[in-house]
Ligand binder design. Structure first.
Ligand SMILES: Cc1cc2nc3c(=O)[nH]c(=O)nc-3n(C[C@H](O)[C@H](O)[C@H](O)COP(=O)(O)O)c2cc1C
Length: 358
């Protein structure tokens, strides 16, 4: 089933393979996309759907160096040739909106922007900066309840900008310890207002962002990515995590979103997901379900044929193989990824992975 087309909202994907979102830090220091990004994504347009790297929805959300944004006109204009190149090659592309929250350093932010989170607790990890190398993450300002509506509106503005830039939709990054998960996760979110203190309250920010962006651009253009039990960015499991995420999936499904994208980071060193959780989440979410994390062709095919997933996402294999679809189809060996060039500027390790020669 991997290579069969898939009806997907207003578009038809030519196969069921999704390129997982991967931060590559090839934008400018001012978070403007660059021409080599058009080459990179167009090279991978044979994937049924591309989900871009994390894209900052606002200046406050741009906590890593050289990640692209969608918060000003210059960025929108710079994305247009990228989405066009993917469409010209027959592909489809969603922008992943990633507000870094406390996974941030002020040196990476535009002037006047600030580091924010659900709680005033610094990320206990280093953040890379171009000017000073790795630095302790900047301490965040805990958003006041009265400030949260404005942050939701930043996501709405970025979703509209994504449409102006020619994207087919957006993916809300509610995984991997960025701002939305900083609200979802009880280990960090100890708020006592309407955004913390209970599962429903911790889910509130994610749902407000999903509702508002869906109203703005259409629910069928809004997907969401979650990583319950993920350890990245000092998250980790907490009491009631499964029940909370199942409730979240139920409410997201009621919104008729484009998809729910589940991260399984066991392949990246995180603890394994409870065996029954993916099926519980899929059953709770009324819509398209994407599985990801450490998949090979046989595992991906099995997920589709068993009905455990509707689409399957590949990260590192798509990074290292522009022609991944053709290689999976033919059984050709895969290039391995070069970890040293994951986040470095320029074309090396970015647009120069070899393709099969006929
Ligand atoms: C270089 C790199 C950058 C990544 N950046 C992001 C990101 O921006 N957003 C996200 O949701 N996941 C990100 N991930 C996680 C991947 O989307 C994916 O979940 C992970 O690589 C596991 O899948 P794989 O085994 O197919 O690579 C990144 C992974 C890699 C290797």
């Amino acid at each position: 089933m991997l290579f069969e087309p898939f009806e997907f909202g207003r578009i038809t994907l030519r196969n069921r393979l999704v390129m997982a979102p991967m931060t590559r830090n090839r934008a400018t220091a001012d978070h403007v996309p660059t021409a080599i990004m058009a080459t990179y994504y167009a090279q991978r347009a044979s994937m049924g759907l591309i989900v871009t790297e994390g894209v900052a929805p606002s200046p406050d959300g741009a906590g890593y160096p050289r990640i692209p944004g969608l918060y000003n006109a210059e960025q929108v204009a710079a994305w247009q040739p990228i989405t066009q190149a993917v469409h010209d090659a027959g592909g489809h592309i969603f922008a992943q909106l990633m507000h870094t929250g406390r996974a941030s350093h002020v040196a990476n932010l535009p002037a006047g922007a600030r580091v924010v989170s659900s709680a005033a607790v610094a990320l206990p990890d280093a953040i890379y900066t171009d000017s000073q190398g790795p630095q302790p993450a900047s301490p965040p300002h805990a958003l006041e309840a009265s400030e949260i509506a404005a942050v939701v509106q930043e996501f709405v503005a970025a979703a509209r900008h994504a449409m102006d830039a020619g994207f087919d939709g957006i993916e809300l990054h509610a995984a991997n310890g960025y701002l939305i998960e900083q609200f979802l996760n009880a280990n960090l979110n100890t708020r006592t207002d309407a955004y913390g203190g209970s599962a429903a309250n911790r889910n509130r920010f994610a749902l407000e962002v999903a509702i508002a962006t869906a109203e703005a651009i259409g629910a069928d253009r809004v997907g969401i990515r979650i990583s319950p039990h993920g350890a990245f960015n000092a998250m980790g499991a907490f009491e009631g995590v499964d029940e909370q995420f199942v409730a979240l999936a139920t409410e997201l499904g009621a919104l008729k979103l484009a998809y729910l994208h589940l991260v399984n980071h066991a392949s990246m060193g995180a603890p394994a997901l409870p065996a029954t959780l993916p099926a519980q989440l899929k059953a709770a979410f009324d819509g398209v379900f994407i599985a990801s994390g450490g998949l090979d062709r046989a595992q991906a095919e099995a997920l589709l044929t068993s009905g455990a997933a509707d689409l399957v996402a590949f990260g590192r294999p798509a990074l290292a193989n522009p022609d991944l679809v053709e290689r999976l189809r033919s059984g050709a060996p895969l290039n391995g990824p070069d970890f040293a060039t994951f986040y470095t500027p320029g074309e090396a390790g970015y647009t120069d992975y070899p393709v099969l020669t006929p």
